[in-house]
Design a protein around this ligand. Sequence first.
Ligand SMILES: Nc1ncnc2c1ncn2[C@@H]1O[C@H](COP(=O)(O)OP(=O)(O)O)[C@@H](O)[C@H]1O
Ligand SMILES: [Mg+2]
Length: 270
Amino acid sequence: MKSRYEDAKNVFIDSVDVGDYVELESSSIAYDKLKKSLDKPLKMILIFGKPGTGKSILLNRLYNELKYEKEIHYLEIPAADENYFLRCLVAPLTSENVSLDAKINFFGLVNYCKSIRGKREVVFLIDEAQMYNADVLEKIRLLSDTRAVKFVISLHKNENEDLIAKRHFQTRIWEIVELKNASRNELGDYIRKKLLNRDLYEVANTIKDKEVRLIHKITQGNYRDCNKLLYSIFEISEHYDKHEPLKVNYQSMDPKIIEMAALRLGYIHV
Ligand SMILES: Nc1ncnc2c1ncn2[C@@H]1O[C@H](COP(=O)(O)OP(=O)(O)O)[C@@H](O)[C@H]1O
Ligand SMILES: [Mg+2]
């Protein structure tokens, strides 16, 4: 027989799928702020936060909600080089087929943007922008200065990149949406809502405040780490359920299994 933990495990496969988006207090606040910023005459909007805090899923949600209303384009994977990056902008802007080896004339692109100012407003969502060097960031700035294109840029936060971003964007007109790890309550909501969305009521009921506290302590509320931990917890539970069902506590999640999963992932050490 199929174990209930198999479905529970699959809920926590780490992926960015807007269909799995759950409303959480801080993610709703961030989303509303982001949407409102888009209506302001800002040129650049920065989404900032450590890996695993929900930047990509936020961009995805924005894109999916606005794609039929606005000229909005989503660069999910960073372009390998500057010319390729510019090509990713030129193609949707001009609706032209840009051949792979075409060398983009940057000033031509700026002039094109100036020529559409006031007639069109094109939004580019750029994920993983810490991968771009200062030259590309400067070009983004110059393009946004034309006021025909707006950029929403998502950046990882770590010491080095933090500096680059700060230095570069300090003097620009921009708004920051900062994402943080979940609080304990939010993490509990996140886990339960994800399970309930798949009708896994019994499994959701095994996760009470005590278990959430432990999971939060181990992951510090990072969504990605939480996904990995829960995946591993349910994988171990599935194994026991199939092979040693007498060992399984079906009422509440066993802290020993939580610790075992955390050890496996290297989140804690003996
Ligand atoms: N509000 C949310 N609803 C559903 N899943 C979320 C939410 N916030 C974060 N996640 C999940 O957490 C994981 C990390 O989020 P992600 O957007 O990839 O973070 P980042 O881009 O900041 O590294 C992904 O699996 C994502 O689906
Ligand atoms: Mg991401």
